[in-house]
Ligand binder design. Sequence first.
Ligand code: PLP
Length: 430
Amino acid sequence: MSFDHICSTDPAIYSAIQAETRRQSEGMELIASENYQSAAVLEAQSSVFANKYSEWFPGRRYYGWQENTDTIEQLAIDRAKTLFHADHANVQALSGAAANLCVYAALLEPGDTILGMDLSHGGHLTHGAPVTFFSKVFNFIRYKTLPSGEIDFDEVRRLAHEHKPKMILAWFSAYPRELDYDQFVAIAHEVGAIAYADISHIGGLVAAGVLANPLDHGFHAMMTTTHKSLRGPRGALILSKGTVSNPLKKPDQTIENIPTIIDRAVFPGMQGGPHMQTIAAIAVALHEAATPEFKTYALQTITNASVMAEEFISRGYKLVTGWTDNHMVIIDFSDCDYDGKDAEVALDHIGISTSKSTIPDDPRPPFRPSGLRIGMPAMTTRGVDETWTRLIVDFIDRALAHQHDKNYLNQLKDEVVTFCKHYPVPSVSL
Ligand SMILES: Cc1ncc(COP(=O)(O)O)c(C=O)c1O
């Protein structure tokens, strides 16, 4: 992509773009929620759709001249519905956090109870962390994992029967295993709750059909961000079964009306004009996600993560839940004399990006947690396979073993840069 105009009009921003391009190209991205967008997705995002206001939905906009915006939004909706086996898709939420707020606003009343995963056990901030605005509006009850890191369904059931939540929330930000969706749905039915899945992390893997889809197991609604394993722009899809009834009439608050209620909660309930350039890019990303190449990518991501788990285990590392079924592994350093933050800093030093993470019942404080979350979506996009995944583990292992030796880390950084040059970031030329 050319930046000739910014180069001449705004050198400060241009030089920051160049520096970030170099950082991304020479560094290794192992943050589980990050990925690289294709050139086509980036082009759609910088298109003239950024100039247009398109409040409301295709075929019934507030402003005129919407034939092209209707085309791209309808394509995004249709592609999302097909990929995620949904009857209805809203593609306008500005991000995952905004989408969760829209879903809560749609399906709940202020003060209603939501049963979601505790942040320190892998939940997201928007699943009820006390620091969020959400937690002031809704009454969040938080379940936790077993000490092994896996879901404790007895505890989920016990809390559901005790607190009678209106919504039970599945999926998280730091959980390396498949989920038993039938158990969540069964518990939701027992207490009359809405079963809602926030599959932001695994959206691409579900779209590719390599991980199970909560909607196929009876979940009432589901949300995914579009920029993690799905490899699109920053945005979100809200998906459900059922169809939109009369959008002009306030619908009854019933399960059948979920699509209408969600659309109305997004606009005019929570948002103004949708970001049409992002919706164009979402449509492109969904088109890419429907290809056989994307399925191969999704399978390779999971293979790479499991090879990574195997390699860490063979080198004596402890993993949360002992394994991975998806794109991430979480290393548990609770027995070590260093923590997840120390590990993150050592790896930053050699150009490898990861994120510290809490482990179940972490004995350490949240800003110095005992875990490190590592994900393979981004480096798999760059073409890394099983063999080279083992070398990545070797880089990490050596960095952690020599974390106090700056000379050693500097030399290791050179090796990482050389490695990364063999795997260019798609759409980037230096
Ligand atoms: C499970 C989950 N939900 C929601 C979000 C929020 O998404 P965004 O950062 O797009 O607002 C995240 C982001 O990491 C997430 O992991």
